[in-house]
Structures are given as C-alpha cells and as structure tokens.
Ligand binder design. Structure first.
Ligand SMILES: NC(=O)c1ccc[n+]([C@@H]2O[C@H](COP(=O)([O-])OP(=O)(O)OC[C@H]3O[C@@H](n4cnc5c(N)ncnc54)[C@H](O)[C@@H]3O)[C@@H](O)[C@H]2O)c1
Length: 240
C-alpha cells in the first residue's frame, strides 16, 4: 500500500521535542523525507528515523533560508512545512514585562510568518505544498495569565487565513491545528494551570495531534485550506 506522505519532503520546526517529535515519527512512518529543525538538538531522533536534523532559530530569517536550501538540496523539494516551534510565558497585563511579551510574539508569531515566507518559493518550484501552523485553543479563548501566548496564537490563527487566500493560486494550502492540553514537556512545565479533564475523558497525546497534522500534510485534504482544526477532546466546544 502506498504510504500517505510517500516521497514528500517535510520540514518540522520544534521537531526535537513534544508534539514536533511525534509529528516527525508519524511523517517518517508515512514515507516522508523529514527535516527536523530546532534550536535544541534533534540529532538523535533524526538518526533514529532516518531523517535529517538542521539547527534553526525560527526568529532568524537567514537561518530559514539555509534550512530551506539544505532540504531542497537533500530531497529535491520542500512540499510540507509544520510551523510547530513555540514557547509559553505566564504573566498578566499587570505584571508581564515588555521583553517577555515581545519574545513570545517573536517566536510564535514572527517565527511562523518567517517560515511561511521562506518556504513559499520552494513550494512554488514544487508546484504546490501544504503548510500547517500549530496554534492552540488559546487562539479561540483567553487565559488569565497567558496574555502574550494568547495574543501570539490568535495571530497565528489569523495569519493562517490570510496566507491561505494569498497562496491558494500557487497551489499552496495553509491550515491551522489547535491543540488543547497535550501531554508534552511544555504542558508538564505549566503544572496545575492545565489541569482538568476534557469532555472526551482523557488528556490529549502528541500522537492525537500528529494524526491530524498528517492528514493536512497529505493529499487527502487537497480541498482544505484556511481551516482551523481543534484537537482538544471537546474542551472548548461549550460549557461543560
Ligand atoms: N503542550 C500543549 O499542551 C500545547 C497546547 C496547545 C498548543 N501547543 C503548541 O504546540 C507546539 C509544540 O508544543 P510542545 O508542547 O510540543 O512544546 P515543547 O516545549 O515540548 O517543544 C517545543 C519545541 O520548540 C523548540 N523551540 C523553541 N523555541 C524555538 C526557536 N526559537 N526556534 C526553533 N525551535 C524552537 C524547542 O526547542 C522544542 O523542541 C507549540 O507551538 C505550542 O505552543 C502546545
């Protein structure tokens, strides 16, 4: 049976940890040529998966250029980008300092913008592609001490729609995946801020999110662009 991402070249940012690592595993299992791009080391995971690791700080446009060039040279094209790298900082309007606010927007929002900008020419050369931006349920509701994170993820959700319209004529689809609380190093560090069980009766796993990302990366979702995909066990569906 042909694998769902057979022969496609995919870049996954933040691919060394958490959900990005789960996406790298799922993509490799579906036949993709994976480039793991992270500010932290993903060498061991890349070796395990037969993938490539490329160091990347998503806030640096020059690093994006060399990443895309390297992926194109290694695999002949860039067909898929998962803008997954992200950070969270807890603090409210009253107390969060400006530098911390700017840093969250720099990584989560500007990083996602730079990624879309960097892969667009390569995807045009490949006659199309699929970009998946990882937002959050914090792109639909606000968290009381998550003012920067909430701002950054609403922006990711909005940019996804703007980019989808702009890039549709080039055959490039742009969609967003919005996880709820998922068991990763990030949510573990958040501790009791993310407690409580969603309506489906369990917390989410990185594999739950990776399954949706694979679908959006593949040609199964060929007529889907500019769309929000919430993966939260029903948590923001309504009042419990
Ligand atoms: N865990 C959750 O509950 C949850 C919920 C909703 C959304 N998200 C989002 O999902 C994505 C992945 O989160 P996770 O929980 O797997 O987090 P994680 O902390 O386990 O992994 C994030 C990865 O991003 C990398 N990274 C951070 N800054 C970077 C930078 N400047 N350049 C390149 N790489 C960088 C880290 O090194 C790390 O490998 C993030 O965008 C996060 O906001 C997470």
């Amino acid at each position: 049976m042909v694998k769902r991402l057979q022969g496609k070249s995919a870049i996954i940012t933040g691919g060394a940890s958490g959900m990005g690592a789960a996406e790298a595993r799922a993509f490799a299992a579906e036949g993709a040529h994976v480039t793991i791009a992270d500010i932290a080391s993903g060498e061991a995971l890349a070796e395990e998966l037969g993938a490539r690791f490329h160091p990347l700080d998503v806030t640096d446009a020059d690093q994006w250029q060399s990443l895309v060039a390297a992926a194109e040279e290694a695999y002949g094209s860039v067909d898929i980008l998962v803008n997954n790298a992200g950070i969270v900082t807890w603090g409210g309007v009253a107390d969060l300092d400006e530098a911390a606010f700017r840093r969250v927007l720099e990584v989560n929002t500007v990083g996602t913008f730079l990624g879309m900008q960097a892969v667009t020419p390569a995807m045009e050369r490949a006659s199309g592609g699929s970009i998946i931006n990882i937002g959050s349920t914090s792109a639909f509701v606000g968290g009381p001490r998550a003012v920067a994170y909430t701002a950054s993820k609403w922006a990711v959700r909005g940019m996804t729609k703007a980019a989808a319209l702009e890039l549709a004529p080039k055959g490039i689809r742009v969609n967003a995946v919005h996880p709820g609380v998922i068991q990763t190093p990030m949510s573990a560090a958040a501790g009791d801020r993310t407690s409580g069980t969603p309506p489906l009766g369990r917390l989410g796993t990185p594999a739950d999110v990776a399954a949706v990302v694979v679908h959006l990366a593949s040609d199964e979702s060929a007529f889907t662009t500019g769309a929000d995909h919430v993966v939260d066990g029903g948590r923001i569906a309504g009042h419990p």
